[in-house]
Design a protein around this ligand. Structure first.
Ligand SMILES: [Zn+2]
Length: 66
């Protein structure tokens, strides 16, 4: 099936029995995100999470010092 990335408008062809294609069959096609864009978003999300984890860890470390 042919899909278009919602972020960069790149057109791609998905294997009809791939998990991504099966997911898209139940959803509007414009929700598709190419791997480059989803990786970029994942990196941003993980960076935010690791910053949060670091603060949390730092906080715990400070508490342990007392
Ligand atoms: Zn894209």
């Amino acid at each position: 099936m042919k899909v278009q990335c919602v972020i960069c408008d790149r057109q791609m062809v998905l294997e009809d029995d791939s998990p991504a294609a099966k997911k898209l069959r139940n959803r509007p096609i414009h929700t598709f995100m190419c791997s480059a864009c989803s990786d970029r978003i994942k990196e941003k999300t993980e960076a935010r999470h690791s910053t949060g984890n670091f603060r949390l860890y730092h906080h715990h470390a400070k508490v342990d010092d007392f």
